[in-house]
Design a protein around this ligand. Structure first.
Ligand SMILES: [Zn+2]
Length: 116
């Protein structure tokens, strides 16, 4: 009976979750840019491991993933790819691209929320 409005509610809830993920990703990318900038001009400096926030849909998630800046840049070449810890995968809004020992690379099935 009330199918349409409950579907809309679900859609908004899903978009909020995805918004959180884009926000986390933005924080990580800013952080990485600073590190890459700081390394510029240094001869022989190698990529070092950085602490990135888990990019799952939970705004309160405090989980940290350790990835090298080089690896992070590589996995983020696709704008709808996110890194999350293995227990924070949500297969209703994302699919697994690759699994690593300390994180999973996922692709968002919904590219970008319309409310952005
Ligand atoms: Zn998380």
């Amino acid at each position: 009976m009330n199918n349409k409005s409950s579907r809309d509610t679900l859609k908004v809830a899903t978009e909020k979750r995805i918004l959180n993920e884009f926000e986390n990703k933005g924080v990580n990318e800013e952080r990485m840019d600073k590190v890459v900038e700081a390394k510029k001009g240094r001869v022989g400096s190698s990529h070092s491991a950085m602490q990135f926030d888990c990019e799952c849909d939970n705004a309160d998630c405090q989980e940290i993933i350790s990835i090298s800046t080089e690896e992070y840049q590589r996995v983020h070449r696709e704008s709808n790819y996110f890194v999350v810890i293995p227990s924070h995968i949500h297969l209703d809004i994302e699919k697994i691209i690759a699994s690593f020992s300390n994180y999973v690379l996922v692709e968002k099935l919904i590219i970008r929320p319309s409310i952005l």
